[in-house]
Design a protein around this ligand. Structure first.
Ligand code: CA
Ligand code: CA
Ligand code: CA
Length: 851
């Protein structure tokens, strides 16, 4: 073995300098397979450009196509190989994939103990996928023929009978076949036995050859915009043993060392705040001893304003970190950091850098996510009025977005019957267009909190419920936050009034319009679904159609959710009082009724069972309750305790009935004794209602919280909680930042002002992988350029969006793509998360401006 050959390292992946080749360090999980981060993966000169290596059943697998379950994984150090056993339960089909180091290449082989089942013959193959944004426009060769990988998906396709399509997740269908009974199957761009991709780019060049199988190259974007380039070899029929063998050689640039990533705040710094850049370095790189802060003077010339030594922090996962502290520079101006021959982009030091940090989110992102409205901005229409035909009662069903309708509807409506009045108000969940009731409750609460704590009078948006029209940048005399509270409340009150309790969600009936990208108004046809008509047929009066595209209301009763809604309604009625008195009254009526009914139902149910399955939606107001996050495994017990306590506090705030405060007081100290960080925000939220004795009793816990804050300086170089889940930890970071701000507001002597900048620095660019702002924020010199929003197919973003941020891939890789928007775990802003950001940003501004 030569020094620069592939070897199996301690973290169980193959490594050469410049190349990491992972074999099922990350598994497929089923259901949300657009994650594109499983199977055999290659991190090529620092960028994860190849993934999805596995036995697959489609030429270009989509999200919701079946994925293999990994039933075994063996790492054999003596032989230098990793073997995984894969299984498709639906087809009783087992295979093994063996990856072995072969000098500068690896061999990937598929082994079968039994032949491919008949149903999958010609369909099952060895696949691996290449990130389009890193490969398009690059040259390739196949058996000596030249080509260039396409920027746009324009290869050829055929259609085949639906009966030949391998089953999709839970039997759902990703496509609308327009009544033809046929599905689209892409044809290869090229095929042959030796393929080299990116011959013109040493960082991406990779050679794949096979003597026993034909290699076919496909463009996955033909079926779905989030598809990757797919290389594939069909497994032969009737054979066992080693059936397909590939030799894969990713090019490694000799002596390659990753460029340093200099993390700093892209919006800049106010003069008196701490200013510390964190420099992320390849472990093979010798850190420099110092760096300079350069000032660009009015004549455009750069001068050194400061030179300082670097402090070593140490290693964190795969990189090495040093810090550059230039806090002593306080003179307003335009600056950049010079580290060796690397010059960062410029940023400001100025009193006003934080002034506009919430404006893009409140003026642009939030109004664009208003459902059931036409949203206009200047010459541009963001979307027409969606879902004009309203919502049908969901039948008992499973659902692709993890909702379910139980055996009964729990309503007076029959399955598929129109539930009147639900197509009003509410906010799109995230990159999708459903109304998650739990999230929408959080959203209204976040707006109410913002309103009550900071009283923002900002009016940049015209909202007419009567015209169902929103116009951005057109003031209408009403503070926008009030209009957002009203808009959220309108949908939630309608749910309570029409259904009798809260729906779990208002969502798509069919998968083939759930993945919609484009104008929300075109998701459904706006006509009532009439099963008497044939699909695609329209009634003579044009009001009904036979296309089953109407949205569904999932109505299984969840008293915990009703209780949360009741709490929110009480607060909303107070916030709306004097602005929309009628809605305020309706909200209060529903609050009282739901509170009473939910309390009674919960009492009955807790007598029946201690296993409280229904509590999935029970969540504290700060949390983001999207499906993706619902899968995070926070302890249910903790959430419930938090919920009860926070709810009592909110109820006291809404009703001023003292028994709620007494209940809160009975819970809070126990909760803090158990866990200070988890309960600090709720404890701080109580302060406006409490006396000095409460504040005094809370003080030692705040002191503990301050030492908890400090501990992050030892955990990682960035001093914030960094999440390692399959949804990046942006929300946890925001919650942390918000709590730190409130702790400082109430206990400035315990939690000093310098702490409030930790999360701001992180969000605005001081983080691993790259130094772009995770928030598309006004004032940032380099905001992220792409987000997973509903306009993601345009490789764009909606201003004010907040990305979940830094996604961890096992065992040691962090990433945030900024040229590929389709990975929700790192790039999808949500309505609950982005309204949480408004609270964080408002608190930060308030502290900075009051000094
Ligand atoms: Ca959703
Ligand atoms: Ca307004
Ligand atoms: Ca319809």
């Amino acid at each position: 073995m030569y020094a620069d050959d592939f070897h199996l390292n301690d973290l169980e992946y193959f490594e050469r300098q410049g190349v990491n080749l992972l074999v099922f360090s990350n598994s497929f999980n089923g259901g949300f397979n657009d994650e594109k981060n499983s199977g055999i993966e290659i991190i090529h000169h620092g960028v994860r450009t190849v993934q999805g290596g596995a036995v697959r059943l489609n030429n270009t697998p989509e999200q919701w196509d079946l994925v293999p379950k990994m039933t075994d994984r063996q790492v054999n150090r003596e032989k230098g190989c990793i073997e995984v056993s894969l299984r498709y339960d639906d087809y009783d089909f087992d295979s093994r994939v063996v990856v072995s180091a072969k000098g500068k290449a690896v061999e990937i082989a598929v082994w079968l103990d039994k032949p491919v089942p008949d149903a999958l013959a010609g369909e099952a193959g060895l696949n691996i996928e290449f990130l389009p944004s890193q490969y398009w426009l690059k040259t390739f060769t196949v058996d000596g023929r030249l080509g260039r990988l396409p920027r746009y998906a324009t290869s050829e396709t055929i259609t085949r009978p639906n009966t030949e399509k391998p089953r999709q997740f839970k039997g759902f269908k990703t496509y609308d076949d327009r009544g033809t009974g046929r599905f689209v199957d892409p044809l290869p761009i090229e095929s042959g036995h030796v393929m080299t991709l990116a011959t013109d780019d040493p960082e991406r060049m990779i050679r794949i050859s096979s003597s026993d199988a034909e290699l076919k190259l496909y463009d996955g974007r033909m079926l779905a915009q989030n598809g990757w380039f797919v290389l594939r070899s069909i497994l032969p029929k009737g054979k066992t043993g080693k059936v397909v063998t590939w030799l894969v050689e990713p090019n490694a640039i000799p002596g390659w060392i990753r460029q340093p990533n200099i993390g700093f705040s892209q919006i800049g710094y106010i003069p008196d705040q701490p200013k510390v850049a964190v420099i992320e370095l390849d472990k093979a790189e010798q850190p420099l001893s110092g760096a300079s802060l350069m000032r660009i003077n009015d004549d455009g010339k750069a001068v050194e304003a400061f030179h300082g030594n670097l402090q070593s922090w140490g290693t964190y996962f795969k990189y090495n970190y040093v810090k550059f502290d230039f806090s002593e520079v306080k003179q307003p101006g335009v600056y950049f950091i010079q580290y060796g021959n690397i010059r960062t982009n410029d940023f400001l030091i100025d009193e006003h850098v934080y002034d506009k940090i919430t404006d893009a989110t409140t003026d642009v992102w939030v109004p664009i996510h208003m459902n059931h409205m036409y949203v206009n901005e200047g010459y541009r229409t963001w979307h027409g009025e969606p879902f004009k035909e309203g919502y049908l009662q969901a039948p008992p069903s499973d659902h692709f977005d993890l909702h379910s309708q139980g055996q009964t509807t729990d309503t007076k409506y029959k399955p598929y019957e129109l539930i009147p009045g639900l197509n009003i108000g509410g906010f799109f969940d995230a990159g999708d267009f459903d109304i998650e009731t739990g999230s929408n409750i959080n959203v209204v609460q976040n707006f109410i909190r913002t309103w009550e704590l900071f009283k923002p009078q900002r009016d940049e948006t015209f909202v007419s419920q009567q015209q169902r029209y929103v116009d951005l940048h057109r003031p209408d005399g009403v503070p926008d936050i009030l209009q957002f509270i009203e808009h959220g409340t309108l949908n939630l009150v309608a749910q309570a009034e029409q259904i009798g309790h809260m729906a779990s969600t208002l969502s798509n009936a069919v998968l083939d319009n759930y993945h919609h990208l484009g104008d929300a108004a075109s998701i459904t046809d706006g006509k009532h679904y009439d099963p008497q008509l044939k699909p695609y047929e329209v009634s003579a009066d044009g009001k009904r159609s036979g296309t089953p595209d109407d949205m569904w209301a999932f109505t299984t009763r969840n008293p915990s959710l009703d209780f949360r809604a009741a709490t929110m309604f009480a607060a909303a009625s107070r916030a709306l009082d004097g602005y929309n008195d009628d809605l305020a009254k309706r909200a209060l009526t529903q609050s009282k009724r739901l509170m009473q009914e939910a309390t009674e139902l919960m009492k009955q149910r807790s007598q029946l069972s201690n296993d409280n399955q229904e509590d999935d939606n029970w969540d504290e107001g700060n949390s983001n309750n999207t499906n993706n996050q619902r899968r995070s495994n926070r302890s249910r017990r903790n959430r419930q305790q938090l919920g009860n306590m926070a709810t009592n506090l909110q109820l006291y705030g809404a009703t001023h009935e003292k028994h709620y405060l007494d209940d809160f007081m009975r819970q809070i100290w126990d909760a803090l004794d158990r866990n200070v960080p988890n309960n600090m925000q709720t404890a701080l939220d109580a302060i406006p209602y409490m006396d000095e004795a409460y504040k005094k009793k809370l003080r030692p816990y705040v002191e503990k919280y301050e030492s908890y804050i400090q501990r992050f300086d030892e955990q990682n170089p960035y001093g914030v909680p960094i999440g390692l889940g399959n949804w990046a930890g942006g929300n946890a970071v925001l919650n942390f930042g918000t709590t730190v701000c409130f702790a400082h507001l109430y206990y400035p002597d315990v939690v000093p002002k310098q702490e409030i900048y930790r999360v701001a620095n992180w969000l605005y660019g001081c983080h691993p992988y790259h130094n772009y702002s995770f928030v598309a924020v006004v004032g940032s010199a380099r905001p992220k350029a792409v987000f997973y929003g509903n306009n993601r197919a345009d490789f764009s973003f909606i201003p004010g969006n907040v990305a979940p941020g830094l996604l961890f891939r096992h065992p040691d890789h962090f990433e945030n793509f900024d040229d590929w928007p389709f990975l929700w775990g790192q790039n999808e802003g949500t309505i609950a998360g982005n309204t949480q950001y408004i609270i964080f940003g408002s608190a930060l501004k308030q502290i900075i401006n009051q000094h």
